[in-house]
Design a protein around this ligand. Structure first.
Ligand code: NAD
Length: 498
């Protein structure tokens, strides 16, 4: 039963079943295992996701292989017409997708609406593929007398994408539009925790009427992933998730001869210097740490204050943290939704307790938070101070609504702390001094750097950075990197005698 608060809000319609989409048809998995999908704000079951087998994956791959020959011959200018249609089909379903996202993941509706917007942005960028392919051909005339040379970009075949729970609509769209616009065929394996928004995205794909087998969807978990990684007819894998799975996916798919791009977890720091405009940056920091209930690979969850600004920074952050409203993401008043599973909640609470054992102090305590009406998986916003780089909480991802404060004497000490982790996804500096910003950009080892920006998420026409254990591979998601990842270059050398 939906709770009183849930019932009072128009929650939009959800798909009536969770199915695979193969060869232009909605089909059932041949396996008999399934898993319950639960609304983390209420504990209500939203559906059962099938755990597809190797046989299901093989059917999808063979269908995608068959579709490839005709699709690669379809001129890029014709291929992208499907993306123009997809943009409009997705836009027509934006609110349904946002509602599904909020119910399956727990994020607020505002966050869900922002997420689908960022996904659609990648469809828009990929619609420019004919131009992106042209820009990279690089014709050189007269490499020898009467001889010209240029590169032709060609698609490779079937690509698979395996995606995480925290951005169920946006992350599949980091890959799908580029893979198909460059002439490949595609199979998505979304997170089994949040399969509903993909169902709606594929309803949009179905409405666009891509040629059968070009765009496919297979639900499932590790067994389904392994079948994709090991399948001889899959040419490449795009992955986003935790670092240990990213590394496993990178190694396994590579051993099976595939191209791989595997984005992993993160531990992101932000530094606040004495020149920062405190009043302006507090909402920015709070959004970065507590947005998406902290379940964001770009969250800067360790905030380092330089001595002269630390006390004021702490006072402002404590006040802002205490003001946050926790609840269902469907309630427009909510700032922080639930976390994804009871296991996740337990892990977050353990991480906080361990930090306290190691010497950190809890300044705002959300550990015992209980919602007055909802039986959801909540952790109240929590702020710790006295965090140092030797603590587990400073080195490992929290993935929950927890802000860690650290104090340093100067920017050099701050940068040393920022670079102390094994991750390199993102980092931000809050400053009004250009020279501090430049030093930071230059010396910090992270793929995405923000200056007075707490969530430094690149637009679709730039690649999504990531270094160290936050990324395995060389070509990243989005933009020009995506074109390079999904194509190979044939060198054409020509001489004509007549
Ligand atoms: P996860 O690694 O548990 O799962 C990701 C995908 O891998 C899912 O589709 C899942 O079914 C599959 N999977 C899980 N375990 C597997 C196994 N043992 N073998 C094969 N496949 C397996 O990640 P998650 O909890 O869904 O997502 C959160 C993580 O993703 C965080 O670490 C976060 O930082 C990271 N993330 C990174 C980025 C980035 O751009 N670097 C973006 C978003 C999320």
């Amino acid at each position: 039963m939906a709770s009183k608060q849930e019932q009072s809000i128009d929650a939009g319609s959800l798909p009536d079943a969770i199915r695979n989409y193969v060869g232009g048809e909605w089909i059932e998995s041949r396996g008999d295992e399934s898993h319950s999908v639960v609304n983390p704000a209420t504990n209500d079951e939203l559906g059962q996701v099938p755990f597809s087998t190797a046989e299901d994956v093989d059917l999808a791959v063979q269908t995608a292989v068959e579709a490839f020959d005709n699709w690669r011959r379809t001129p890029p200018v014709d291929r992208v017409q499907y993306l123009f249609d997809l943009k409009y089909e997705l836009e027509g379903r934006q609110e349904d997708i946002a509602q599904a996202l909020t119910r399956e993941h727990g994020k607020t509706l505002a966050e869900a609406r922002g997420e689908i917007r960022r996904g659609i942005e990648n469809v828009e960028v990929a619609a420019g593929i004919p131009n992106m392919l042209r820009e990279q051909s690089g014709l050189v005339e007269d490499v020898a007398r009467d001889m010209d040379e240029y590169a032709v970009r060609q698609p490779l075949g079937v690509f698979g994408a395996i995606t995480p729970f925290n951005f169920p609509a946006m992350i599949p769209l980091w890959f799908l539009p580029y893979a198909v616009a460059t002439g490949n065929t595609f199979i998505l394996k979304p997170s089994e925790k949040v399969p509903l928004s993909s169902q709606i995205i594929y309803e949009a794909i179905d409405a666009v009427d891509f040629p059968d087998g070009v765009v496919n969807l297979v639900n499932g978990s590790a067994e389904t992933v392994n079948a994709l990684l090991e399948h001889p007819d899959v040419e490449g894998i795009s992955f986003v998730g935790s670092s240990h799975v990213a590394k496993y996916v990178y190694e396994t798919a590579s051993q099976h001869g595939k191209r791989v791009q595997a984005q992993g977890g993160a531990k992101n720091y932000a530094v606040v210097t004495e020149s920062a405009e405190l009043e302006s940056i507090i909402p920015n920091i709070v959004g970065s740490v507590y947005g998406n209930a902290g379940q964001r690979c770009l969250a800067n969850d360790v905030i380092i204050g330089v001595e002269g600004v630390y006390d004021n920074l702490k006072a402002e952050l404590v006040e802002a943290t205490e003001d946050l409203a926790v609840g269902s993401g469907l309630d427009e008043m909510t700032d922080v939704g639930p976390v994804i599973t009871p296991d996740s909640r337990e892990r977050i609470l353990d991480v906080i307790d361990e930090a306290v054992d190691e010497g950190a102090e809890v300044v705002v305590d959300g550990r015992d938070y209980e919602h007055p009406e909802l039986d959801g998986i909540f952790v109240g916003p929590t702020l710790l101070e006295g965090v140092t780089s030797d603590m587990d909480i400073a080195q490992n991802e929290i993935f929950g609504p927890v802000l860690c404060l650290a104090k340093v004497t100067d920017l050099d000490e701050a940068i040393e702390m920022v670079n102390s982790t094994r991750y390199g996804n993102a980092s931000s500096i809050y400053t009004e001094h250009g020279s501090e910003a430049r030093k930071y950009r230059y010396e910090v080892d992270a793929g995405n750097i923000g200056v007075n920006v707490g969530v430094c998420a690149p637009m679709g026409f730039f690649h999504f950075g990531g270094r160290k254990e936050s990324f395995f591979g060389d070509l990243h998601a989005q933009g020009e990197d995506a074109v390079n990842f999904y194509t190979d270059k044939t060198i054409q050398i020509e001489r004509w005698y007549s």
